[in-house]
Structures are given as structure tokens and as C-alpha cells.
Design a protein around this ligand. Structure first.
Ligand SMILES: [Fe+2]
Length: 599
């Protein structure tokens, strides 16, 4: 059975701009952001890619035409071969009716309600309803799908299924939390023998979204909401949360069954609805690290209070001992480690596609699992890899190199030579673009489109920022480490691995001077554990580097410049290399340097 998962809408951006003012700093507040496609063949995830990697527009919400075409081409599949098309949204008549009632019952002037209805009606009719989605698919692909073969999957169930699949489809409890989906922002439940059960009494409405409140705080601090939340996370390391914490005291209310509400509900027409409360409790906004760090630390603590409250309820409702956490809020890796350590769950997984990058995958798996033909006899995924996107052969790479022939020089090496030479280069204060194989899926670079550097140098962060990334100086860089070495260097607690950079761990005191460039101000690191099985050449490089330096980690940051998607093709990589001060580029088996203009 062939299932295509598909997230993204042609008219989302223009409709949100016209009806909800989602432009400028609000440009990511659009359903369908992180557009992409995934292809499942007999339960095996054979291809997945984010549209932004192909259309080069960060966090694009456009219909993923390039991703769909690439997935089909990669698998040698025609549109007519597809058994099911899965959409990670389910804006049913019930959802629309519930929204209409919510608007009608709101304590507002009739004319205001009519205006809101006009905007919501346009969004439904033009973008989100079944007919609009089917029409969009046909218009962009040229293939008119049989409506009976299109499955609309509730967004949060798509998230849960992504995590379930990536964790090997074992019985699991789940916590899902993001900005908003159809009607909700967070839910808890369990998956047992492939059957999903949502604990409805614990579901959180979209108006009480902790993800959107975190976004409102991100906005207040001068960053881009639904995009820059990790900057708030980074800032929080510079301060302790105030006691008592105004967020916990005045912004949220906890209720039985793991529920919570916001004291000021989300208001789609006033994204700054929380600003007066923020000013009241933290004082007027100051453009200083001290002010922002204090607020960020308080926000982190609030997130911890809320997610712990949900987990206590989940622990009481299920006897399963495995937990998955998915949705954009699960990308807050600083929250994840203590959340897990404070729970009774024996393991907790956060996938590499926990944000909306993963819902095309989750929807496809959900449609496959729930198809009558597959009831009770699906095969478990044998292994799951994030390296699901396009790769480019040596001929394509060489062609790209020729195109930039007057600006670069290169030599073709064996794998062993690459490892040997790059390990030697990394002993110095250099920045290296590392590009190999299929592009990774999800927001983190996981060693196939990465920038590598030596964390032994205390100022390497400034070097990378000056030469390439131009990021805020308060943001840390993260290390990769061999899975077998991780417990020696980091306080791993009950975790044994963190292959997707979704957990943060304290660096053991004796290693803080050995990897100062990858240790955050609070003494932690957001590590990626690697193995010979997952990334053999990168593991060999790290081993060789350690043999030369006694430094057991390498800095790994995404291969892009600020504001741009991670590079995908060899040409993207070469452009980024030439547009920055990256010193060397490893492009598959080619070691590339810049032509010295003086020579
Ligand atoms: Fe989501």
C-alpha cells in the first residue's frame, strides 16, 4: 500500500495575510507552516522532505509541490499508483460549527462578530475545507485524487503518530502540545495495540495554548513568534526564575485532570493581548540581556509547571511506561530532560520531526494503520532514520563544482582520506561545512548538512558567528558525541542516548574546560549522540579527531546562514560556502577550498 502524506496550502499565506494580518513578524502564524511531503510504501517510510529545503523559503506554508514530486520520483511511483493521500488536518463540519458557536457566543458587539465570521469563513472556504484541499491538490499536481482515497487526520493525532512510528510503534503514552490545531492546543492519551485513546477530559483548547503564550512572550522580547522560541530558551540560561514566578502566579491556572487555562485567553485578532500583563509584572520592556533572561527563565519555569501538571495526570490515567512528547512545544529541549527525570516513565522520546515538519509523516502512517486492509497485521518499522530527503550523486556534485570553478578548488578523496584530513583540519580554529548523503528531516542538522568546529576553543562560538552564522551572542552551539562516550562527559540521568538534539544535559564539571565552546552559560549542552550505524563516516571523523586532540565532541550547527533554510543541493552548499567565511567544505568525497583571490 502506497500512502502520500502532504502538508501545506497554496493560499494559506495570502489568506492569513489578508484576513488575519499575518505578515512581518507574524508571518509564521499560518496553518500549514513547515510544509512537506512523505511517502510510505507498505509501512516503510521511504522518503520525506520539507518544502523549504526545495523552494528555499524558510518555514514555507505553500502546497509542497516540489516535495511531493521528489518523493514520487525517488520511489519510482506515479500519482495513479497512490492508494491513499493523507492530510494532517481535519477541519470537519463539526469543527467549523464549533468555531461558529464560539464566535457567536463571545461577549462582543454583533458587528465585530460578523467581521470575524467573514475572516474565518474565508479561511475555511478558501483553504481548509475538504473541497478546497482536494481542489488545491488537483490544481498544483495536475492529478485529481479520488475523494474516497483522501484521509483527513486530526492534526494532533498526526503528531502522536509521528512519535509512535519513530519510537518503533511500541505501546506508549503521549503528550502533544503545539500552537494550535483544529480546536485544541494540547492533548494527552495512549496508543495500545495500535489503537489511539485520547483522554478527552484533559484536552486543552486553542485559546489556552501554552505554545502560543510562549510565542507571545517571544514576540514581547523582540523576536519572531513561532520561530524564535529557542532564543528565549537560550536566554533563560543567564538567569534564575524570579520567586514567586509571575507567570505561574498570574498567567496560568491549573485545574484537575491535567487541564490548565490562561488568565488572558489567546486572541487571534490581538496577538499582543498579553503585553499589558507582561509589563505589569516584569516592568516595561528593557533591551538588556538581564531583563530578557529573567523573563525567559520565568517562561521556562512556567512551561515546566504546565507540562509537569499534564504528565502527573497522564501518569494516573495510563499504566504504560513509555512516553512520547511531540508538537512544537516538545522542541523546548531544555524542558524535556527534567520533565522526563521527574516522571515515572521509563523512557521518553521526542522525535526529529516533533514540530509540524513531522505531520506529513504522521498523517501517512495514521492513514495506513487505520485502513481496513491493514487492521491487526502491520509490520513494525525495523529502523528509523532522519536521513529521508534527497541526495546527489558524484556527477551532480562535480557539475556544481564546475559551475563555481573560478572560485573554488577541490580534490576527490576516499572516505578514509576525508576522515583523516578533516580531523587534522579540525584541530585548528576552523569552520567546516560537512555535507553528505540524504538530507535530514526536521529542524535540526544531524550531521548530513552540518557545520563542524572544535569545541576546545573558548571563543569558537564568536568565530562561527563572525564567519557564518551571525547569531545573537547569547545562543549556545551544540556538540555531537559518540553514544558510547556520552555518559562519561554528560550527566545523562536515565537517558542513554539523544540522537536528535531534543534533550539537554549538564556537562560534567571535569569536561567543561575541555569543551568550553559547546557548553552553555548554565553548564549544559544540547547534544546529538551518534553511532557507527547511523552516521558511520561522521562517527569515524569524531573518533579520529578525539585521537588527535583528546576532545570527545565536535560542535555541530546547521549548514545555513541565519534566516535561510538548511542547504539541500551541492549548489546550495557551494553558495553558502562562498557567501560566508567557512574555511573548508566537505561535499561528499570532495574537499573544497576557496581560490585565493591574491594568487
Ligand atoms: Fe502542530
Amino acid at each position: 500500500m502506497i500512502v502520500l502524506g502532504c502538508n501545506g496550502f497554496t493560499k494559506a499565506a495570502e489568506t492569513f495575510a489578508e484576513h488575519f494580518g499575518a505578515t512581518g513578524v507574524d508571518k509564521h502564524y499560518i496553518l500549514g507552516h513547515d510544509a512537506g511531503a512523505a511517502l510510505l510504501v507498505d509501512g516503510k517510510l521511504v522518503a520525506a522532505v520539507e518544502e523549504e529545503r526545495l523552494n528555499r523559503e524558510k518555514k514555507t506554508s505553500d502546497f509542497p509541490i516540489n516535495s511531493v514530486n521528489w518523493c514520487l520520483e525517488h520511489a519510482g511511483v506515479q500519482f495513479s499508483d497512490i492508494d491513499l493521500i493523507a492530510i494532517p488536518w481535519r477541519f470537519s463540519a463539526e469543527v467549523f460549527n464549533a468555531l461558529l458557536h464560539e464566535i457567536a457566543d463571545a461577549p462582543r458587539e454583533p458587528l465585530e462578530k460578523l467581521v470575524t465570521l467573514f475572516h474565518v469563513g474565508n479561511l475555511f472556504a478558501g483553504v481548509l475545507c475538504r473541497e478546497a484541499i482536494l481542489g488545491d491538490f488537483a490544481a498544483r499536481t495536475g492529478f485529481t485524487p479520488d475523494p474516497d482515497k483522501v484521509v483527513f487526520v486530526q492534526h494532533h493525532l498526526a503528531h502522536a503518530t509521528t512519535g509512535y512510528y519513530m519510537a518503533g510503534m511500541k505501546d506508549t503514552a503521549f503528550l502533544i502540545s503545539d500552537g494550535r490545531a483544529e480546536m485544541y492546543s494540547s492533548l494527552i492519551g495512549e496508543i495500545r495495540d495500535g489503537k489511539f485513546r485520547v483522554f478527552d477530559e484533559s484536552t486543552i483548547s486553542a485559546n489556552d495554548s501554552i505554545g502560543l503564550l510562549f510565542g507571545a512572550i517571544t514576540r514581547y522580547l523582540g523576536f519572531v513568534p513561532n520561530n524564535d522560541e529557542y532564543k528565549v530558551m537560550g536566554l533563560s540560561g543567564f538567569a534564575a526564575p524570579p520567586s514567586p514566578n509571575p507567570f505561574v502566579e498570574h498567567f496560568i491556572e491549573l485545574h484537575p485532570e491535567g487541564r490548565y487555562t490562561l488568565t488572558v485567553p489567546q486572541d487571534t485578532e490581538n496577538p499582543r493581548a498579553h503585553d499589558p500583563l507582561l509589563e505589569q509584572h516584569f516592568g516595561p520592556l528593557e533591551d538588556t540581556v538581564e531583563y530578557k533572561a529573567r523573563l525567559a527563565a520565568a517562561a521556562q519555569e512556567m512551561l515546566s509547571v504546565v507540562t509537569n501538571h499534564q504528565l502527573r495526570a497522564l501518569e494516573a490515567k495510563t499504566d504504560l511506561d513509555h512516553l512520547i512528547f511531540e508538537g512544537g512545544v516538545a522542541l523546548n529541549c531544555l524542558n524535556n530532560t527534567p520533565l522526563f527525570e521527574g516522571s515515572r516513565f521509563t523512557d521518553m522520546a521526542v522525535s526529529f520531526a516533533a514540530s509540524d515538519t513531522g505531520v506529513a509523516i504522521g498523517a501517512a502512517v495514521y492513514a495506513w494503520l487505520n485502513h481496513p486492509d491493514n487492521a491487526g497485521h502491520v509490520e513494525l518499522p525495523k529502523s528509523v532514520t532522519p536521513y529521508l530527503g534527497p541526495e546527489y550523486d558524484a556527477a551532480t556534485t562535480e557539475q556544481a563544482l564546475q559551475e563555481f570553478g573560478d572560485q573554488v578548488e577541490w580534490s576527490r578523496l576516499t572516505d578514509d582520506e576525508v576522515v583523516d584530513q578533516v580531523a587534522k583540519l579540525l584541530t585548528e580554529k576552523v569552520v567546516i561545512g560537512w555535507y553528505e548523503g540524504r538530507i535530514e528531516h526536521g529542524p535540526r542538522a544531524l550531521g548530513h548538512r552540518s557545520i563542524l568546529a572544535n569545541p576546545k576553543f573558548p571563543d569558537i562560538k564568536d568565530v562561527i558567528n563572525t564567519r557564518v552564522k551571525h547569531r545573537e551572542p547569547f545562543r549556545p552551539f551544540a556538540p555531537l558525541v559518540l553514544e558510547s562516550d556520552a555518559p562519561k562527559i554528560f550527566e545523562m540521568g536515565r537517558k542513554t542516548r539523544s540522537p536528535y538534539m531534543t534533550f539537554v544535559f549538564p556537562v560534567k564539571p571535569e569536561f567543561r574546560d575541555i569543551i568550553p565552546g559547546a557548553t552553555h552559560v548554565d553548564g549544559t549542552s544540547r547534544i546529538q549522540t551518534i553511532t557507527d550505524q547511523d552516521t558511520p563516516r561522521l562517527a569515524a571523523l569524531l573518533r579520529q579527531f578525539t585521537a588527535l586532540t583528546d576532545v570527545p565532541c565536535l560542535i555541530n550547527t546547521s549548514f545555513n546562514v541565519a534566516g535561510e533554510p538548511i542547504v539541500c543541493t551541492p549548489t546550495d552548499a557551494l553558495k553558502c560556502f562562498l557567501g560566508t567565511e567557512i574555511d573548508y567544505l566537505v561535499l561528499g568525497n570532495y574537499l573544497v577550498t576557496k581560490v585565493d583571490p591574491a594568487a
